[in-house]
Design a protein around this ligand. Structure first.
Ligand code: ADP
Ligand code: MG
Length: 700
């Protein structure tokens, strides 16, 4: 399938967005379609490559029919500054007209003469609602009868027909005020999410040969170039500090407010703020690969993956409106044929028309997911889509990887035990083997003591996941890894009862000795397991490490011994995950660091990866990324999912509940158009505010 992304302009009505999405889905060749109303983006999945120009044209024609003025553009076309200004001009004009209309409306009450009063009310109505009436008329010619504009026009014309001029004008004003506040609420939550994502570095101070600094776009910086970050500035690209000492505030990335101390040789991440000293940093990644850009992309694309609830609401709105309009027609035109009193039933029927828009739902349900995803990133939890949040609500098992996930993943060499050589020689062989390794064990051995190994002497490096390394050093075969690796080569190793992780080393099939390394649990791991168990979630630990180490760590974390699996290769982890998924389980989360567990991350119902230390492929195969590598974030993630669900339901019940009540009151003659308008826009505003409270509230 080919995926395409477009920008949508001038799309202001969420209901229309849903309709446009429905129509696009039915176009030939379209397999998937999603409109992200808040970011004004359109995602389309196509069966095959098509004629680009004509297709865009077709999309525009379809969209324009539904909401006149909508424009769909290729994402590559840059945002035009003028356009943005134009829109705010429009907004200003609308505000002034609305105010003017309200003034006329108030004046009408001061006037005694009925005739003059009605004229002033008509003027007020036209000032405020002329654009709605115009759009409605245009839509009639396009055969679109059920949009908001049309319904408002009919309802207010109905009021005129019933000679209630002040109701007609008042209802139109009330509707416009409602729309205004609704836009404001949406804008505000959009703004707070934007602010959250306001981590984009604006420039990089590149150090030129003559030592002068030059401000350039971070996108232009090449790997290996040196840039300077002054105190208070944002780090533009990922890199390694070559000069300077400072503390860095990474809170925008990780949600963690304690600053990190940085010295020469330390790795730093783009998006963090340099708090004190002057830093010189060598870029280790270009902008597109840097942390900050990845986070921004990830969160922006989250709207692309919609939750069932969002899809359901879009579908629901397809049926809701015609049914309620049908009821309106029945009450206003058909019922009085049998019971008489046309005027009475007409006014009651109009109420149905006003509340037939499912706006509150169409607007607030996606906004709720949007707010939750925003809240997540504030906490250092990046959620790749609303669908994952929804799935997280139904989880009964959490499976953790050990190394780097529940433990620090920072091994320290504890002991070197040579057998057929000196300690120095054993360490040299270990370092030669691990020379290219990114595994935490490899790094520990490389970091230990000053024994030099020349890169030129290493050949044929192979890293066997879950086993270790096979390579040639000075022309001889070396093996550096666990028992499994050495057994595979039929090398006899004296087995001992180790409770730490042991790396065995062999040279030319002869056992040379072992290096013992140890790794401790992260401070929050135990509480994570306990709190998950408290809410009835079963916790598991999988590891490629040996039985003793696995059990020791499991014991320290008070994990159930039955739930500890060891000696696993990446494919064994997959098998265990699949088995646990089948054991009449509701849903399984896998939490890993991506080293040797990318396949499990991808296969779990929800895969959660450690973002900072974890490998890039983990971040890609996972559904959720934890920026500060803290396993406790899994508990927060589940709380967030729960809150998200509650707010979605609150909004559905609020919106539909109030509408149904007003419908019933309307039939009984106990509700008027004013109440109907409240049930429409008033509820939308409440629902939008309710959705955005997730983002505003300090707690989960
Ligand atoms: P975990 O499942 O705990 O995250 P891994 O799957 O990454 O652990 O590794 C499992 C085991 O494989 C390690 O405990 C170690 O014995 C061995 N191993 C993997 N990579 C290496 C390496 N580069 N050097 C030495 N041993 C390794
Ligand atoms: Mg691991």
């Amino acid at each position: 399938m080919i995926k395409k992304e477009y920008k949508i302009k001038n799309l202001h009505c969420a209901g229309c967005a849903a309709k446009i999405q429905n129509s696009f889905e039915r176009l030939e060749g379209v397999k998937e379609c999603n409109i992200d109303f808040y970011n004004k983006k359109l995602y389309i999945g196509l069966e095959s490559l098509n004629d680009k120009e004509n297709f865009l044209d077709l999309l525009n024609r379809v969209a324009d029919k539904i909401e006149p003025g909508t424009k769909i553009e290729d994402i590559s076309e840059e945002i035009n500054e003028e356009n943005i200004e134009e829109e705010s001009e429009d907004n200003k004009k609308e505000k002034i007209l609305l105010l003017l209309g309200i003034v006329f409306f108030i004046i009408s009450f001061l006037i005694k003469s009925e005739k003059l009063k009605d004229i002033i009310l008509i003027i007020s109505y036209l000032i405020v609602g002329y654009d709605i009436v115009l759009k409605a008329i245009k839509n009639i010619f396009k055969g679109k009868l059920l949009d908001e504009n049309f319904l408002m026009t009919i309802a207010t014309f109905g009021a005129f027909g019933l000679k209630d001029f002040s109701e007609a004008a008042g209802v139109m004003i009330f509707y416009k005020i409602g729309e205004f506040f609704q836009d404001l609420a949406v804008e505000n939550s959009k703004k707070s999410i934007k602010e959250l994502m306001n981590i984009k570095p604006e420039f990089a101070n590149i150090k030129r040969f003559d030592g002068k600094l030059e401000k350039i776009d971070p996108k232009l910086v090449q790997i290996g170039e040196i840039f300077v970050v002054k105190p208070g500035e944002r780090i533009p690209l990922d890199g390694v500090v070559v000069k300077g000492i400072s503390t860095i505030d990474n809170s925008a990335l990780t949600g963690e407010s304690v600053p990190v101390e940085i010295t020469e040789g330390k790795e730093v991440f783009s998006g963090g703020i340099n708090e004190s000293g002057l830093l010189e940093i060598r870029a280790s990644k270009n902008y597109s690969q840097s942390t900050v850009n990845k986070i921004i992309e990830l969160v922006q694309n989250a709207g692309n993956k919609k939750a069932h609830a969002e899809k359901f609401i879009t579908k629901f709105s397809r049926y809701y409106t015609p049914i309620v309009v049908g009821l309106a027609v029945f009450i206003a035109l058909i019922l009085p044929i049998f019971v008489g009193n046309f005027q009475l039933w007409l006014s009651r029927g109009l109420i149905f028309l006003v509340i037939s828009c499912p706006c509150a739902l169409v607007l607030s349900v996606p906004l709720t997911f949007f707010s939750s995803i925003g809240k997540g990133s504030k906490l250092g939890i990046l959620i790749k889509g609303g669908n994952y949040l929804e799935r997280l609500d139904n989880i009964d098992k959490v499976i953790f990887d050990k190394t780097g996930t529940l433990t620090e993943g920072k091994f320290k060499v504890k002991e070197i035990v040579p057998v057929n050589c000196t300690e120095e020689k054993l360490l040299e062989l270990g370092k030669a083997g691990e020379f290219y390794s990114n595994h935490p064990i490899g790094k520990a051995i490389l970091d230990y003591k000053n024994v030099e190994v020349e890169e030129g002497n290493i050949e044929g490096y192979i890293e066997k996941p879950g086993h270790g390394i096979i390579a040639r050093y000075l022309g001889e075969e070396i093996l550096v890894g666990n028992l499994k690796l050495l057994k595979e080569f039929n090398i006899v190793v004296p087995e001992e009862n180790e409770t730490d992780t042991v790396i065995y080393i062999a040279l030319e099939k002869v056992y040379m000795g072992k290096i013992v390394v140890a790794d401790l649990p992260k401070p929050s791991s135990k509480k994570t397991i306990e709190d998950l168990n408290k809410i009835g979630i079963e916790t598991y630990m999988l590891t490629g490490d040996n039985e003793k180490t696995a059990k020791k760590i499991g014991d320290m974390l008070s994990l159930n011994i039955k739930n500890i699996f060891y000696h696993l290769l990446p494919q064994n982890k997959v098998e265990i995950l699949e088995k646990l998924k089948k054991d009449n389980s509701k849903g399984v989360i896998f939490v890993g660091d991506g080293i040797n567990d990318a396949p499990v991350l991808a296969l779990a119902d929800v895969g959660v990866a450690m973002g900072k230390m974890g490998s890039d492929i983990a971040v890609e195969s996972a559904d959720v990324v934890l920026m500060n590598d803290d396993p406790y974030k899994v508990v927060e993630l589940l709380q967030l999912a729960k809150k998200n669900k509650r707010v979605v339901w609150e909004n559905i019940i609020l919106a539909l509940g109030i509408k149904i009540i007003v419908m019933i009151l309307g039939v009984l003659g106990l509700a008027d158009l004013w109440m109907a308008i409240f049930a429409d826009v008033g509820v939308s505003i409440l629902a939008v505010l309710n959705a955005s409270k997730i983002l505003r509230s300090k707690t989960l």
